[in-house]
Design a protein around this ligand. Structure first.
Ligand SMILES: CC(C)(COP(=O)(O)OP(=O)(O)OC[C@H]1O[C@@H](n2cnc3c(N)ncnc32)[C@H](O)[C@@H]1OP(=O)(O)O)[C@@H](O)C(=O)NCCC(=O)NCCS
Length: 214
């Protein structure tokens, strides 16, 4: 079985409504199609790399290559888990957890998107809570970082609900214009104080050495 060779395929996070795991090719195709259908109002650009400006078919293919890149480049010194999010078995979006030099720094980063029709129902909060649980309870992280465009109220609200505090801003060139992004941080005490979503993690033990957390 693939999980015997690549244990990350056996890693599964479960919350009351969601399941998060690396995708099969069929689920990856469903995720790509969701991206092709649109991730946000084209008038705004929530991402620092404006990948959603690509035409729909290219945007969909970029989801595949982003996933495969993360598989190919994973090492204990630098990794990214782009987990597919399923609600009632349906692919609704993706939640990433990544780290550099985790063994030394004990820090993780997150990023995410949902298909437009799945937004605004609390799924974004529940899936971020799932990877925060993986990071703090499962991997022994001490700090989680995130960032959001100043004009991204949904992402900022998710971070605020989960206890992140603001940590300054960055000015970034996006669509050839300056965009301001808020840096966010959540330490272990903040996570403990704000956790409300029950999360179950399965299949983690054989993954730990691959993530610098063994
Ligand atoms: C960001 C994203 C993942 C959040 O997921 P979601 O399921 O929509 O978020 P939730 O429903 O869990 O929570 C959204 C919160 O934002 C609030 N919100 C949404 N729009 C808002 C607005 N215009 N003003 C103020 N608050 C707003 C909601 O009220 C909700 O808070 P509440 O539960 O306290 O009411 C999702 O909206 C998304 O994929 N957006 C497009 C891509 C993106 O921006 N990715 C993140 C890049 S940093």
């Amino acid at each position: 079985m693939i999980a015997d060779v690549w244990p990350l395929f056996g890693l599964v996070l479960r919350t009351p409504r969601l399941e998060l795991r690396l995708p099969s090719l069929d689920r990856l195709a469903a995720l790509a199609e969701l991206a092709g259908d649109g991730v946000h109002d084209p008038a705004v650009m929530p991402f620092t790399t404006p990948w959603t400006d690509l035409p729909p078919a290219e945007r969909a293919r970029s989801v595949l290559q982003w996933q495969w890149k993360s598989w190919a480049e994973l090492t204990p010194a630098g990794w990214s888990l782009a987990l597919t999010v399923l609600a009632d078995g349906v692919v609704v979006g993706t939640q990433e957890l990544s780290a550099k030099d985790f063994a030394v720094l004990r820090e993780v980063q997150t990023g995410s998107w949902l298909g437009r029709r799945h937004q605004g129902r609390g799924i974004g909060t529940e899936m971020r809570a799932a990877v925060l649980h993986l990071a703090f309870a499962g991997l022994g992280a001490e700090l989680a970082r995130s960032a959001a465009a100043l004009d991204n109220p949904a992402s900022r609200a998710v971070s605020a609900k989960l206890g992140y505090t603001e940590d300054g801003t960055d000015r970034i060139a996006v669509r050839d214009r300056p965009a301001e992004h808020v840096r966010l941080r959540l330490d272990r005490a903040g996570w403990q104080a704000h956790r409300t979503v029950p999360v179950e993690v399965a299949g983690l033990a054989p993954c730990l050495p691959l993530l610098g957390a063994g």
